[in-house]
Design a protein around this ligand. Structure first.
Ligand code: GDG
Length: 464
C-alpha cells in the first residue's frame, strides 16, 4: 500500500533524470548532500513549500545508494544505476540518439538496440521507484526526454496518480521521427500522462502530427491535455543577484582585464552542437575581416561549460571551437594580452556568470535548435538599467516571446554578421526601448508563473 497523506493539496512528486543535489565531503569525511540551485528547484520551490515534496532521480554516481535523504525540505529518493545502464540510457539512447534526432541540426543520431534496452530498463526503474514512494492520489511531475516511457509505466502501476510530463527540448515532425524504430512506444509512453507540456505551440503540433500519423491513441479512458507552457527563469532573483555590489564590481574589473574595449560581445552556453557556437564565432571573424569592428576595441567573450564529454560528437565540437579561437586570435591580435576572442572553457560559478552578463554590451544567442534558451532571459534580467542588446536565434523557443531582440536565422552567417554590426550602431534610445520591453516580458512571464500554470492544470486534471 502507498503511504497516505492528510493535506488539502495533493502531494507533489517530481521526477527528473538527474537529482538537483551535489555531494560534498565534510570535515569528518562524511558525504553530505546539498541542493544545487537550478531552474527547476527555483521554479517548484515556492509551489512545494510546506507540502513536503519528494524528488526522484539519479544522483550522478555509479551504483549509488538508494537510501532516501532529507535535503533542505525535499525528500530525495535516489534511483541507483549501474555503469552499463548509465552508458546505454544516458550517454547512449538519451544523448546519442534522442538529443540529435529531436534537435535535427545535421548531427546524425546514432542507433543501437542495446541502448534502447537500457532506456527501457532505466525508465522502468524510475517508474518502479515513483510507484513505491508516491502517496495515494499524488501529483507526479516527470521531466524531459530521458523519461518519456515513465508516464505510461507509472499509470499501469498506479492509476490513482495524476501524471504531468514536461518536454524541455524541441519535438520533431513525423518525417524526422520516422528514423526512430521505437517511436510508437515513445508516443504511447507520453500518452500515459494527464498533461503533456511542451515549450512551444510548434512542438504541440508536431506531437499531434506524430500521434496521428502513427495512429497511436490514448490508452484506457483517461484524457490527455497537450499544451505549451513556455518555461522561464527566476527573473526577480537573477535581477537582484546581478545588482549586488560584488557582481557589479567584478563586471567592471572584467572590462578592465579585457583592456576597456568599447564593445563586448558575449556568448554563454553549455558546449553543445545545438547552440551554434562555431557559427557565431565565424560570424565575428567575418565582422573583423569586414573592418566594421576591430579587435583592439572589440572583444568576443565566449563562456562554454564542458558537457557530455564522453560522447564523441561533443569532443569533435570542442576541438572545432579550439581551432576557430586559435585561428581568429592569431589573425586578429588586440595589442593587449587577450585575443579578439576570450574563451572561457569552464563551468563558471554563478556570480561570475552574472558578472559576464552585466559586463557585456551585446549577448549573442545563435542556437540552431533550442527548446527555450534560458541564457537569453538571464541576460535580460541582469540589465536593470535597460542597457544591452540581445541578438537571438529564431530557432530558440525564447524567440517566440522576445520579439524586441535582433532576431537572426542561425543558418545564415551573413544575417548573423549583419546583426552583430547592427547591434554596434543601434541608437541608444532604441537599445533602451527594446531592453525595457524584453525586461517587461521576462518579468511578467517568470518561472514561478510557468510552475503555477502547469501545476494548476494538474490539480484540475486530478479533480476531474
Ligand atoms: C535545456 C534545453 C531549455 C551554463 N553555463 C554555465 C551555467 N549555465 C546555465 C545557464 C542556464 C543553463 O545553464 C542553461 O540553460 P539553457 O536553457 O540555455 O540550455 P540547456 O542546458 O540546453 O537546457 C533548453 C532548458 O532545458 C530549460 O527548459 O531552455 O532549450 O536545451 O541557466 O545560466 N551556469 C553556471 N556556470 C556555467 O558555466 N553557473
Amino acid at each position: 500500500m502507498p503511504p497516505t497523506v492528510d493535506t488539502a493539496h495533493a502531494q507533489l512528486v517530481v521526477v527528473s533524470n538527474r537529482l538537483p543535489i551535489a555531494y560534498q565531503i565534510a570535515a569528518d569525511g562524511e558525504k553530505v548532500a546539498s541542493l544545487s540551485p537550478g531552474g527547476l528547484v527555483a521554479a517548484l520551490g515556492p509551489a512545494l513549500a510546506g507540502t513536503g515534496a519528494t524528488w526522484v532521480g539519479w544522483d550522478g554516481t555509479v551504483d549509488g545508494s538508494e537510501e532516501p535523504l532529507d535535503v533542505e525540505g525535499f525528500r530525495i529518493e535516489p534511483v541507483s544505476l549501474t555503469a552499463e545502464l548509465i552508458k546505454g540510457h544516458y550517454e547512449g539512447f538519451s544523448n546519442g540518439t534522442l538529443w540529435p534526432l529531436f534537435h535535427n541540426v545535421g548531427v546524425p543520431a546514432r542507433f543501437s538496440a542495446p541502448w534502447w534496452g537500457s532506456y527501457e530498463r532505466a525508465n522502468e526503474a524510475f517508474a518502479e521507484r515513483v510507484a513505491k514512494v508516491s502517496p495515494e492520489g499524488a501529483v507526479v511531475f516527470v521531466q524531459d526526454y530521458h523519461l518519456m516511457l515513465v508516464p505510461a509505466l507509472l499509470r499501469n502501476r498506479r492509476p490513482d496518480l495524476t501524471i504531468g510530463y514536461f518536454h524541455h527540448i524541441p519535438f520533431p515532425d513525423p518525417d524526422t521521427m520516422a528514423a526512430l524504430d521505437q517511436r510508437a512506444m515513445v508516443l504511447q509512453g507520453l500518452l500515459g500522462a494527464d498533461i503533456v507540456g511542451f515549450q512551444r505551440q510548434r512542438d504541440v503540433e508536431a506531437f499531434h502530427k506524430n500521434t496521428a500519423s502513427m495512429g497511436v491513441q490514448v490508452p484506457g479512458d483517461h484524457k490527455v491535455q497537450v499544451a505549451a507552457y513556455p518555461i522561464s527563469i527566476d527573473t526577480a532573483g537573477v535581477s537582484q543577484a546581478a545588482q549586488a555590489l560584488k557582481v557589479q564590481a567584478r563586471a567592471s574589473d572584467l572590462r578592465k582585464e579585457w583592456g576597456n574595449p568599447s564593445r563586448v560581445f558575449l556568448g554563454v552556453d553549455r558546449l553543445d552542437y545545438t547552440k551554434g557556437i562555431p557559427e557565431r564565432l565565424q560570424a565575428f571573424e567575418e565582422l573583423l575581416a569586414s573592418g566594421a569592428a576591430s579587435s583592439e576595441d572589440t572583444v568576443f567573450v565566449q563562456a562554454g561549460s564542458p558537457s557530455r564529454e564522453t560522447v564523441e560528437q561533443y569532443q569533435a565540437l570542442s576541438a572545432e571551437i579550439d581551432e576557430i579561437v586559435t585561428r581568429v586570435n592569431a589573425k586578429y591580435p588586440s595589442g593587449q594580452e587577450r585575443g579578439a576572442i576570450v574563451y572561457l572553457r569552464e563551468n563558471l560559478p554563478r556570480e561570475e556568470m552574472l558578472a559576464l552578463f552585466v559586463a557585456a554590451d551585446v549577448m549573442v544567442v545563435t542556437s540552431l535548435a533550442d527548446g527555450m534558451n534560458l541564457v537569453a532571459k538571464e541576460f535580460v534580467a541582469c540589465r536593470s538599467d535597460d542597457s544591452g542588446v540581445l541578438v537571438l536565434s529564431t530557432e530558440a523557443g525564447a524567440a517566440e516571446t522576445m520579439s524586441e531582440a535582433l532576431l537572426v536565422n542561425p543558418f545564415n552567417k551573413t544575417e548573423i554578421v549583419e546583426a552583430l554590426e547592427a547591434s554596434l550602431v543601434l541608437a541608444p534610445e532604441d537599445v533602451a526601448r527594446r531592453m525595457a520591453a524584453l525586461r517587461q516580458e521576462v518579468s511578467t512571464n517568470d518561472v514561478a508563473r510557468w510552475a503555477r500554470a502547469i501545476l494548476a492544470d494538474l490539480e484540475t486534471a486530478r479533480a476531474n
